[in-house]
Design a protein around this ligand. Structure first.
Ligand code: NAG
Ligand code: NAG
Length: 405
């Protein structure tokens, strides 16, 4: 009984209890929105910007997709610097362009004269490939957390970008998990600090024991049995069921079609949203691109952070930890090794990056240059990327900080 419940929670039992009416509704709204179906390069070209796509292979053979907007609408032979953008969990490079020109951070930076590159972490739908493992059939493919993304993917993509552009360093901007993977990279592989001109954390995630997302609390509560079950049956791709999503969702669900879309989207169900900052027109487009996919282990690793209060490597249980790490408990990431300049931008109503946790992170980093609390009480986790006023509240600040370097 318990097993069944946990299975269905994580979407492992494919339930047929999908209300057909709601599905029709989604399809109708989606079909009105071309950008929901276009690829990232197609959208970028549609708005008059150039886009290049590259594929890179990590040392452990994952094939990743990178997107580049080399300049704004008017050609610019001397781009200022490279700005590398790294998306959050369940997201992709689409995040940075969904809001459209003048709003999406990738366009804003390209218009400011930056050479903009956007990474895609292993396991999302743009980086769901490997030189010999098949993501549809191989458990081994999905045996990674954000640790491996930070340890292998981000360094591989950064090296590729520096090689292509002939630069020595770049600006790194991460959102949510895109900040976690930055901390993993620069603490585990400190030589990468020299390749970072400055890093900007939007909604920083390292310590998590004060986060307030109801669905993440639920996953954290079930962490141990879930982890054991997932290992036992070997289901590794995160495919949340409707039942699971609705457990956190009632707060979000209104009667109209737009909030219906919201409360059925795993990303919004986990992160929440603030109605004030949400542009309804964009919702169907977002739903066409997110959730973009992740491994269950990424969520399990965050669940461990919520329960332990540490920012440390994945815990396999004391026996395996002893073999892997030489200690019963997993080692913490050494934040003092992060010597690249870091800026933290966070907000009060963020369900995942709790203010107390970010303040603790601020005190733990070796070379933190500043922390900026967004001057809008209701600003939430996803508003850093999709918010109606993210340009005035976040990006203008970001651009002026970048100009200082
Ligand atoms: C995965 O990568 C291989 C090259 O190793 C390529 O032939 C194939 O088309 C890729 N699959 C997808 C879905 O991109
Ligand atoms: C909402 O998004 C649409 C489509 O990009 C845009 O035309 C509109 O100006 C946006 N509204 C606000 C308030 O930002």
């Amino acid at each position: 009984m318990l097993t069944l419940m946990v299975f269905s929670l994580m979407g492992l039992v494919h339930s047929s209890a999908i209300p057909p009416n709601n599905l029709r509704l989604d399809y109708q709204v989606l079909s009105d929105q071309e950008d929901a179906k276009l690829s990232v390069p197609e959208i970028i070209n549609k708005y008059g910007y150039p886009c290049e796509e590259y594929h890179v292979i990590t040392p452990d053979n994952y094939i990743l997709t990178l997107h580049r907007i080399p300049h704004g609408r008017t050609p610019n032979n001397h781009p200022k610097e490279v700005a590398y953008l790294q998306h959050g969990i369940l997201s992709s490079s689409a995040d940075w362009i969904i809001s459209g020109p003048e709003k999406g951070l990738a366009y804003v930076l390209a218009d400011e004269g930056y050479d903009v590159w956007m990474g895609n972490a292993r396991g999302n739908k743009l980086s769901r490939n490997h030189t010999y493992l098949n993501p549809d059939t191989s458990d081994e493919f999905w045996d990674f957390s954000w640790h491996e993304i930070g340890y292998y993917d981000i360094p591989t993509m950064i090296d590729f970008v520096l090689e292509q552009t002939g630069k020595d360093n770049l600006f790194h901007i991460g959102h949510s998990q895109g900040t976690t993977t930055f901390y993993v990279m620069t603490s585990m592989r400190p030589d990468y600090n020299a390749k970072i001109k400055a890093h900007f954390s939007l909604a920083p995630i390292a310590y998590m024991n004060h986060m307030t997302s109801p669905l993440m609390h639920l996953i954290a509560f079930w962490e141990k049995p879930l982890n054991a079950l997932l290992n036992l049956i070997g289901i590794r791709e995160f495919l949340p069921s409707n039942e699971f999503i609705s457990m956190g969702g009632n707060i979000l669900c209104g009667d109209d079609s737009l909030t219906q879309i919201l409360c059925k989207n795993a990303l919004f169900a986990i992160c929440g949203f603030s109605p004030k900052e949400m542009n309804g027109t964009l919702l169907p487009i977002m739903s066409g691109h997110t959730p973009a996919g992740a491994s269950t282990k990424q969520f399990m690793h965050y669940a461990q952070e919520i329960n332990s209060g540490y920012f440390r490597r994945f815990s396999y249980g004391w026996f395996e930890n002893l073999q892997k790490y030489g200690s019963i408990r997993p080692p913490s990431y050494d934040l003092k090794k992060i010597t690249a300049p870091v800026y933290l931008l966070y907000s009060k109503n963020d369900w995942l990056a709790g203010k107390i946790d970010v303040d603790r992170l601020y005190k733990s980093l070796a070379n933190v240059k500043g922390r900026f609390l967004v001057a809008e009480e209701s600003f939430n986790h996803l508003d850093f990327v999709f918010g109606i006023r993210s340009r005035e509240l976040i990006y203008n600040k970001l651009i002026s900080l970048m100009a200082k370097h």
